[in-house]
Write a protein that binds this ligand. Structure first.
Ligand code: ATP
Length: 594
């Protein structure tokens, strides 16, 4: 709980910035409305004194006597009306403050929710990319789409608790001033009720974690239905998928039912306990011979105190029932156990003439024993030349791209740009040199123009000329909306070859120092591919191009070939020397050692 309060305040401070003083305003408004309420209730003493004919304050002590003096000297009729008007004024003012507090609390709630969602998005965009290779997308989706709301609800509950706690403190102070003995009994009773409540609330934590974990699994099933709609139909798995989804959804229902049932037991239980305390105080006060107006004022104060105490207790149990959600949000926001973003702040002296993989060894992070994917890989990529990286499936080609783009970092060895290790160069500056077109890089859900110019300030004319180089212009022009055609989620409204051409145009529009094509043309027809090879040839002598492909025609224009085999560089050789070999012969080629 304390941990939650501390991290909530940290988030609130971040969310409110210079407006952090608003929290103090919430406290002052809460205290103010409680003082007004207590004073209004205190005025019941002289009012009832007049009605019951007990005008003499001599039997009353301290604060009760002070209230009993209100309007003394006036005639009974005028005094009664004046006191009633004062009570009404106090109640009105208290409700104005309560309204102001509600508006303020909603403002802070909105800001807090926005800050949590922004922090989560910021974290996902900042942490090292390898995090995404290890985590379930369903879990991450669930945290952003569901659990972040619980976290902002928890902050709202905490704000409401500040108001309730202020009211409890002030009303208890009023009770104390009326009768310290009765207040002591009340306080002991409240502590006992709170102890019972806390024990029961603690039992909400485990079911809350279950709900969160099942929600994560359900989100993963939802993602699967959205992404794998074609696969499911192709293999006739609709009924099975429906059953699997139903199972995941029912698990959420069952876990939610257990949590809600336990939670539902708390309000009736606390209401019963509070009623018992209330009645015990009334009977006790009568037995002790406390005067009628004081009993009434005490009882009314106690009656008004109870909802505030109950709301504090409910807030406590709510936060316990959201503990699973809060833990998930805190986990994602905590950077200490996440891969850090790529290091380095050094300048880059572009254009880089030589990129050297120097005995690079790498295995993907994750639990359990993972195989080494690259072993002491050594080769060079040179400015103005095109380099093909080839090897059988699983040889480690895409891993080299991941290392070059600094999505992952070498475990051993270095990648050197003109002799400087990449981890000493600012990753933003480095990535600006690179453009990647890969079979797995998605299109964004926008227009073709937005896709081609994604992250790059280019005019329509520049986008068109990149599309021409990527053999995309012709088919784009034939579309009814041309460059304004919406491509749909992941480019769903286009063919695979059309998607690849747009992805290629997106890379080419930047005219990058280093262009990386990872199986970027494998869905294209032979003629288109041949035209693209011509485009790539035009970069010769000017820029570096890296091509990964299993097709000989795609790498035919390259100057150098790096041959990978099971994570080892078998060979780096000028293409001219092995131009007569077939792809299979190339994979086996090992005449030179790198
Ligand atoms: N995210 C990952 N986590 C764990 N292992 C991975 C991950 N990605 C790839 N691997 C493993 O690393 C090895 C090399 O994969 P990589 O994708 O680099 O091969 P590739 O040569 O590009 O293959 P292909 O030609 O089939 O695309 C493979 O054994 C693969 O199983």
């Amino acid at each position: 709980m304390l941990e939650f309060i501390v991290s909530s305040f940290r988030l609130l401070r971040q969310a409110l910035g210079k407006k952090i003083g608003l929290i103090a305003v919430v406290v002052v408004l809460g205290l103010g409305s409680a003082v007004l309420e207590g004073t209004g209730i205190g005025l019941i003493i002289p009012m009832l004194g007049i009605i019951a004919g007990e005008k003499d304050p001599s039997g009353m002590a301290g604060f009760s006597a002070v209230f009993q003096q209100v309007g003394a000297g006036m005639d009974d009729r005028a005094r009664l009306i004046a006191i009633a008007a004062a009570i009404l004024a106090l109640i009105t003012l208290k409700n104005v403050l309560a309204f102001a507090n509600a508006v303020l609390a909603n403002f802070i709630y909105g800001k807090a929710g926005h800050a949590i969602r922004s922090s989560l998005a910021g974290q996902l965009l900042t942490i090292g990319y390898s995090f995404f290779l290890q985590q379930s997308p369903g879990r991450l989706l669930n945290i952003i789409s569901n659990e972040s709301w619980r976290a902002s609800d928890a902050i709202q509950t905490m704000l409401a608790s500040i108001v309730s706690a202020s009211a409890v403190v002030i009303l208890l102070a009023f009770l104390l001033l009326l009768s310290w003995q009765m207040t002591l009994c009340v306080a002991l009773g409240l502590v006992l009720i709170q102890a019972i409540h806390a024990i029961l609330s603690a039992s909400l934590k485990a079911p809350s974690r279950n709900v969160t974990s099942f929600n994560g699994e359900l989100a993963a099933r939802m993602l699967h239905l959205v992404h794998a709609g074609r696969l499911i139909r192709a293999f006739g798995q609709e009924q099975r998928e429906k059953a699997v989804f139903g199972f995941a959804s029912d698990a959420v229902r069952k876990a939610g039912f257990v949590l809600q049932s336990r939670q539902a037991a708390l309000p009736p239980l606390t209401e019963t306990l509070h009623s018992g305390l209330f009645l015990a105080v009334v009977v006790g006060a009568w037995l002790w011979g406390v005067s009628f107006p004081i009993i009434v004022a005490f009882v009314v104060l106690l009656y008004r105190l109870q909802p505030h105490v109950r709301s504090l207790q409910m807030a406590w149990s709510q936060v316990q029932s959201w503990s699973g959600s809060l833990e998930e949000v805190r986990w994602l926001l905590d950077s200490s156990d996440k891969p850090p973003p790529p290091a380095g702040a050094g300048q880059l002296h572009a254009p880089v003439q030589r990129i050297k993989f120097d005995r690079v060894t790498f295995k993907y992070p994750g639990s359990g024993s993972r195989p080494v994917v690259l072993r002491a890989a050594t080769f060079e990529i040179r400015q103005g030349r095109s380099t093909a990286i080839i090897g059988r499936s699983g040889a480690g080609k895409t891993t080299i791209v991941n290392l070059l783009c600094r999505f992952v970092e070498p475990d051993e060895g270095d990648i050197l740009a003109d002799g400087t290790p990449l981890n000493q160069i600012d990753p933003v500056l480095w990535r600006r040199q690179i453009a990647l077109a890969s079979q797995d890089l998605e299109l964004i859900d926008g227009t073709i123009l937005q896709n081609i110019t994604y992250g790059h300030n280019a005019s329509l004319a520049e986008a068109e000329s990149a599309a021409k180089l990527a053999e995309a212009h012709e088919f784009i022009e034939k579309l009814p909306d041309g460059y304004e055609t919406i491509v749909g989620y992941r480019g769903a409204s286009l063919s695979a070859g059309q998607r690849q051409r747009i992805a290629l145009a997106r890379a080419l529009v930047r005219d990058p120092e280093i262009l990386i094509l990872d199986e970027a043309t494998n869905a294209m027809d032979g003629l288109s591919e041949a035209a693209i090879v011509e485009t790539l040839k035009s970069r010769a002598g000017r820029r570096a191009t890296i091509v990964i492909s299993h097709h000989r025609s795609t790498i035919s224009f390259c100057d150098d070939v790096v041959i990978l085999d099971g994570g080892r560089v078998r060979n780096q050789t000028p293409f001219a020397e092995i131009a007569t070999l077939s792809m299979d012969q190339l994979y086996e080629h090992a005449t030179l050692s790198s």
